[in-house]
Every structure is written in C-alpha cells, then in structure tokens.
Design a protein around this ligand. Sequence first.
Ligand code: SER
Length: 341
Amino acid sequence: MRKKAVLITGAAGEIGQALIDYLSAGNEYTLLTLDLQPLPERLDGRSTHIIGDILDQKLFARLVTEYEFDSIFHLAALLSSRSEFSPELAHQVNVNGTLTLLQLAADQSQQRGKSVRFMFPSSIAAYGLPDLATKQRDFNVREWDWNYPTTMYGCNKLYCEQLGSYYSQHYQQLADTTPVMLDFRSVRFPGLISAFTVPSGGTSDYGPEMLHAAAQGKSYRCFVREDSTIPFMAMPDAIVSLLRLWEAPRSALNRLVYNVTSFSLSATEFMAQVQHRFPQAEVTFAPDEHRQGIIDSWPAGLNDKQARQDWGWQPEYDVDRAFDDYLVPNIREMYQTGVNG
Ligand code: SER
C-alpha cells in the first residue's frame, strides 16, 4: 500500500518553511518535503525530508512507488534576480522542474481516479508594465492585464501557469477517454516579508533586507530608488492564501490563477515603517540600474477582487498589523535570542 502524503518541493525556502509550520501543526497530514538543502533544525520531525533535485527523474520514479500524493505544493524555483545571472538554469529548474511535477500529478490523478491538487505560487513578476506612467495609471492590475514579463523568472511563472491550466483542462484531449485530470490552482504573490527568514535571489528583497538589517543594527544600502512601489504581504497571509485556495471547492473557482495582495509601499514608505519601529535604522539609496528596471516593470499594486469573491480571500495583516503584530516582535526576539532559520 502506498502512503498518502502531501508533497512540498522547495521546502527549505521561505514559503516552504512557513508552510511546514502550518501544515504540521494539527498532525493531520503526512508531509514529504524535498529540497536541495536540509530543513532548519527547528522543523525536525515535522516531515519526511528528502535532499534531492526536482530535475532528478529517477528520484520521482522511486517516490511514486512509495507515496500517493493527494496534493503537491510545488514551491521550488530560482527567484527573479538570481535567474538573470543564469537564465538557462532558471528555465531548467522553473519550467522543466514544474513540468516533471505536473506529469507526476497527471499520472497519479489517472492511476487513483481522483485529482491531485497542484498548488503553484506565481508572482508579480508575471507582469511587465512598459513605463512608470502606465504603472502609476494602472495601479492595481487585474490578472489578465500586462502579462508581458521582462525577466526569465516572470516568463517561467507565466508559462507554468499556462501549463498548469493545460494539464488540468486539456491534457490528452484527443484520447478516446477523458482522463481524470489534476486540479491546478495558483496565486500570484506580491513581495513576501517573513520575520524568520530573509529571501535570497529575489528583486523584492530590498524590503525584507531593510527590515532585517535594521533589527540587527546594521545600515542598509537599498538597491532601488525611493519612489519604487510594489505590493507586499506578510508571510502568514501568504500561507493562509495558499491554504484557503487549496481548501476551496472547485465549483467556487472561476479562475485557476488569482492575484492576492495586502499593502503597497514605495521604498521610502517602507523605510519610514522600519524607522518608526527602529529609529536608529540607517538606510541609503544606491539604485542598481538593472534591478531597478525589473521593479519598474512590476505593478505598484494587485487587484485581488476575484480571490475575495470566489474563495473569501482577505489579508489579516494590513501594513500596521504586519509590522506591529507579526514582523517587529518576532524579528526582535529572533535576533535577541539568536535563533535564526
Ligand atoms: N519575490 C520574488 C522575486 O523578487 C517575486 O516573486 O523574485
């Protein structure tokens, strides 16, 4: 008998660690986690963790003999800035890795006669606005606006959203019998801010980096201009949005890909929030032309009306609650006690 499990790829990343915390809390699910890296010690015992590569087909061939996956949270990816240094590697990981997982989920859906639920975090990077005037005018973009990404990561995310739609709606459409297809669901996240981890390789990283530097009494050189504005969200809301969409009845969903957001801030406004809580925080602005270009192409805000309508999405943390109730107390404690990761 194969064991029923929820598979989480990219489990050692920021979203992965937070998701494991939530999903393991009630002891309701058997979690199988996969990453190139080990999980931090504090997550010991919460999952069966495999150190491995999502491009390793043999590894998956072995895993499916042992496990039946009810759901897959496919989080593994190279983020936007990192991907610009090695675009072809990014394509391998972000697209071919996703394709492998989609195929696995498609096969398992057919074998067990029941859809595997496939959760996929997409991103504001799927958008590409042509100039700052348009970014200001179309402040909160809808899912179908400006789908012209300028980064390899953004192209990968947008294409994988399409692949997910294909696998869940049209897979093997010319076969004599219609197969049981997987159930693909995706959220487009804004920049995420965690109290416990610092992102690596993203372009929205200046927000969390500024905050974590301030909490450690370090000065910070911000790599974008003062006026740069993008949407952000506290990590608990990101996890709750993934879980709410995961739990929603299929019949309630009018889309496969949904925007979710919480608050939009310019880099100066972000700094003001940080300095309000850490008055000694020193921030200077030294824009990097290339990373600035990426941020300028991302929307200033997201219209998440459809998610609110279809599955009751509602962020718990607005900007003040995010800083006062979640980020600052946890970050202070973490750096005081030195418990990181
Ligand atoms: N935070 C991500 C990045 O900056 C966007 O999804 O790459």
